[in-house]
Ligand binder design. Structure first.
Ligand code: PLP
Length: 358
């Protein structure tokens, strides 16, 4: 089967096979890693290796902490302002549904200002320099660097005031290519696309941003307390961390993020070429320079054919292609674990379907 779901999404088969083989008897210990104390040496070895491998993969500088938390990226929408606002104001750039949700949630916690939005253009492009206004005294600038629903990806960061940390929601494109972590004050990502199973969220935070949580912040939501306790103030999502660790090792063995990026570029090119070369039968509305390599929304010129297209896809065992209800049409999510073969199968379906209906 080829699974194009936006999330929870396809995971690498070799990793799932390894997890299956180790499920009942982890490293000859006679039980599952799921059944072991998070404070024992077996699991502490697992979390330490996961962190070390993520640091290698992403080139995370030593002045950043890596946290393995729960609550998903949505919980981070609230938890980030709790930890970073320190009574000030944050600037939010709204480029799609997820950054729009993030600012709304931040406004429940404290002061968050809209620094720019492309909503008037249905989130089909990124804002230009003249459309953004930043407050040089903001506590941080928040961006969603890949909007999963609208299929808009930032390849260059907007120019933001010096000294204002950039906070990025990378949920749907983390590990899809090398990123310069030092450009960010905080990076966060829900696991269920490129990292592993849902239930785990990763936060990478520069140390100088810790220790500023509002006094009302619940202890379990305080990043500095979590950092001091190695993400184990309470019981962490152990199985998710274990699986994420297997995925990090798998990506390192594949050649690291430069190799992952090359594969992702090839997949995205093939799919966008098929859309653009369809003579208008299929259409992606996003400006070419910010088309996501991970989430490719497209519509059929005749929306009445949507159901027939999805039925034809199901016949070929291509799943998860129905677009988000706010955008309509189709969406193919082609995360790291989607093969070029899977993209080819989709392109073949698109071409056959168009030829039959033309
Ligand atoms: N941010 C982005 C970019 C997402 O794609 C998603 C969900 O898929 C979320 C946030 C919300 O993540 P979660 O469901 O883990 O709370």
């Amino acid at each position: 089967i080829f699974n194009f779901s936006a999330g929870p999404a396809v995971l690498p088969t070799p990793v799932l096979e390894k997890a299956r083989d180790e499920l009942l008897d982890w490293h000859g210990r006679g039980m599952s890693i799921m059944e072991m104390s998070h404070r024992g040496k077996d699991f502490t070895g697992v979390i330490e290796a996961a962190e070390a491998d993520l640091r290698t993969l992403m080139g995370i500088p030593s002045n950043y902490k890596v946290l393995f938390l729960q609550g998903g990226a949505t919980q981070m929408f609230a938890q980030i302002p709790m930890n970073l606002l320190a009574g000030g104001t944050a600037d939010y750039v709204v480029t799609g549904s997820w950054s729009k949700k993030a600012i709304k949630e931040a406004q429940r916690v404290g002061k968050a200002r809209l620094a720019g939005s492309t909503e008037a253009d249905a989130f089909t492009r990124l804002p230009g320099v003249g459309e953004l206004s930043f407050d040089p005294s903001a506590a941080y600038v928040h961006l969603c660097t890949n909007e999963t629903i609208h299929g808009v990806e930032m390849f260059d960061l907007p120019e933001t005031p010096a000294g204002v940390p950039v906070v990025a929601d990378m949920s749907s494109h983390i590990l899809s290519r090398p990123m310069d972590v030092s450009k960010y004050g905080l990076i966060y990502a829900g696991a269920q696309k490129n990292i592993g199973p849902a239930g785990l969220v990763i936060v990478i935070v520069r140390e100088d941003l810790l220790g500023k949580a509002a006094p009302t912040t619940p202890t379990v939501m305080d990043f500095s307390v979590m950092a001091e306790n190695g993400s184990m103030l309470n019981t962490p999502p152990t199985f998710g961390i274990y699986l994420a660790g297997l995925i990090f090792k798998h990506l390192l063995a594949e050649g690291g993020l430069a190799a992952v990026e090359a594969a992702n570029v090839a997949k995205a090119r093939r799919l966008y070429d098929a859309i653009d070369g369809s003579g208008g039968f299929y259409r992606n509305p996003v400006a070419v320079d910010c088309r996501s390599r991970m989430n490719v929304p497209f519509t059929l010129a005749d929306g009445a054919l949507d159901a027939a297209f999805l039925a034809a896809a199901a016949e070929r065992r291509l799943e998860g292609l129905k677009g988000h209800k706010s955008v309509g049409g189709m969406r193919a999510s082609i995360y790291n674990a989607m093969s070029l073969e899977g993209v080819d199968a989709l392109v073949e379906l698109m071409q056959d379907f168009a030829a039959r209906r033309a």
